[in-house]
Design a protein around this ligand. Structure first.
Ligand SMILES: [Zn+2]
Length: 119
C-alpha cells in the first residue's frame, strides 16, 4: 500500500482505534512516519470537531436581519387597487383557460395520431 492510497482512507478511520484499521493500512502506518503524522492530524481534527458538537454559539440579535438584508432587496408593500384586482383575476382566469385549451388540443392530436397509426 502506498502513501497516496493510505491518504484516501485516513479521514474515514480518524475515529478508529489501531485494532479496527484494515490490516494493509495498519502495516503501512507502522513503518511510515509521514502517514503517522497525517493520521495524528486527522485524529486531532476529529477530537476538536467532536468537542464543537457541544458548543453553543449565541448569534447577535441583528444577525438574522443582516443576512436577510444581504440576500434580498428590501421589500415594499404596495396595496392593490380594486380595479387592478379585477384585471389580475381576469388575467389569471384567461391564462388558466388558455392552458386547459392547449392541453385539450395536445390530447386530441395525440389521440388522432394514435388512431391513424393503428389503422
Ligand atoms: Zn505512508
Amino acid at each position: 500500500m502506498l502513501c497516496d492510497d493510505v491518504a484516501l482512507h485516513l479521514s474515514a478511520y480518524s475515529a478508529a482505534d489501531e485494532t479496527s484499521l484494515p490490516l494493509p493500512l495498519r502495516h503501512h502506518l507502522a513503518t511510515c512516519l509521514q502517514c503517522q503524522a497525517e493520521r495524528a492530524g486527522y485524529r486531532r481534527l476529529h477530537r476538536e470537531l467532536r468537542h464543537l458538537r457541544y458548543e453553543t454559539v449565541q448569534p447577535d440579535d441583528q444577525l438574522l436581519q443582516d443576512v436577510l438584508d444581504s440576500v434580498r432587496p428590501p421589500a415594499t408593500v404596495t396595496p392593490i387597487r380594486p380595479s387592478r384586482r379585477k384585471a389580475y383575476v381576469g388575467g389569471i382566469a384567461a391564462a388558466a383557460t388558455a392552458g386547459a385549451a392547449g392541453a385539450f388540443v395536445l390530447v386530441t392530436k395525440l389521440t388522432t395520431k394514435g388512431h391513424r397509426l393503428a389503422g
